[in-house]
Ligand binder design. Structure first.
Ligand code: MN
Ligand code: MN
Length: 357
């Protein structure tokens, strides 16, 4: 019965809280309800084309006659309905809602703000590839009564917690509260998230990169150069062969990189000059960025740390490069110093010793 000694998510949160005697428990309550939303979404996703509706959704505003809604909308409602009542949130913002959702008057208002992408990678649903949910927790600015959009526009370093759930062959919840990264696996027998990955770390170096190569003609020169050098392999400036991966699901890419290293790029490019990148800063890049940095990796815009970017809009997009620290540093180096060489970085200079060129 080794599982009897494996802590659940609830146990983990209670033990963390014991270290902060002044904590009210609101934060734990929030995370537990978010985890419950993720469990509901996991079930919903697992039904696939059979498309059943969960209780979480039918208890929302008078659903007359079970109309079929896209899974993005159902997942958004799971997050809303399962967290709005708890008294710990002031407001929430989602990829699926143009404006923030203020906690209605019937419930008490708390001091936290929740941002989320309820179903990430949803274009992959039909092909039965892993999808997920991403979330970020911020504190309401002091002295504010009525929450507004501006309250959500905080740089990523101010996040109190961030996490994602991945709905793959197993459902997992990966969480950081700023003390490293922990991973829980959903035990289908008990419906509990069990602590199976107590210390997730991203290896510092890698031989794997992930980028949508169909955009190559729109890439800026530093990105083109980085990928070219990877493709040149053993006989090129990097002195080693690389593999390429591309799932087109941010959560799935993150989970792979967190497990075995690698680097992911969705850089700013010239395809849509008005959109400086593809991924959303507040509910995709910032939470993933916090997890990556807490796991010893690096999260960047390509030019510098993503977590220090001052957001200007709720649904703002940005270039995003993250993963194994050495690779991301090299990519930043190429962006900031166009004449840079691989060997300018001490870490990479060492490697030349082992190359016979
Ligand atoms: Mn997404
Ligand atoms: Mn989404």
């Amino acid at each position: 019965m080794s599982w009897a000694h494996t802590p659940t998510l609830t146990q983990y949160l209670i033990e963390q809280r014991r270290r902060f005697p002044s904590a009210t428990g609101d934060f734990n309550h929030l995370i537990i309800d978010v985890a419950r939303a993720c469990k509901a979404i996991a079930r919903q996703v697992a039904y696939g084309a059979l498309g059943r509706t969960t209780h979480a959704v039918t208890t929302s505003v008078n659903v007359q006659g079970e109309e079929q809604k896209p899974l993005d909308v159902i997942s958004n409602e799971c997050f809303m309905r399962l967290t709005e009542w708890g008294g710990y949130l002031a407001a929430m913002a989602s990829e699926e809602m143009e404006e923030p959702y203020l906690i209605p008057d019937q419930y008490p208002r708390g001091h936290y703000l929740l941002l989320y992408d309820p179903l990430d990678g949803s274009s992959n649903i039909d092909v039965n590839v892993s999808v997920g949910s991403i979330f970020s927790v911020l504190k309401m600015p002091e002295g504010k009564e009525q929450p507004s959009v501006e309250d959500f526009l905080q740089p990523g370093i101010q996040q109190l917690a961030a996490g994602y759930a991945i709905y793959g062959p197993t459902t997992m919840l990966v969480l950081t509260v700023g003390q490293g990264v922990v991973g829980f696996t959903l035990d289908p027998d008990f419906g509990e998230f069990m602590l199976t990955h107590p210390n997730m770390r991203i290896p510092e170096s890698t031989k794997e990169f992930a980028i949508n190569a169909s955009n190559a003609r729109f890439w800026e020169p530093p990105v083109r150069r980085y990928v070219d050098e990877c493709l040149k392999g053993k006989t090129g400036p990097r002195g080693k062969d690389f593999n390429m991966r591309w799932v087109a699901s941010l959560v799935a890419e993150t989970h792979r990189i967190l497990t075995r290293g690698g680097v992911f790029l969705y850089p700013r490019d010239t395809k849509m000059p008005l959109k400086p990148g593809r991924l959303r800063l507040l509910y995709e890049c910032n939470p993933i960025g916090m997890i990556v940095e807490q796991a010893g990796g690096r999260a960047s815009t390509g030019y510098g740390p993503v977590l220090t970017v001052q957001p200007t809009e709720l649904h703002q997009r940005i270039g995003f490069v993250f993963g194994s620290r050495e690779e991301v540093e090299l990519i930043e180096h190429y962006h900031n110093d166009p004449d840079a060489h691989v060997s300018d970085l001490p870490l990479f200079a060492n490697r030349t010793l082992f190359r016979d060129v």
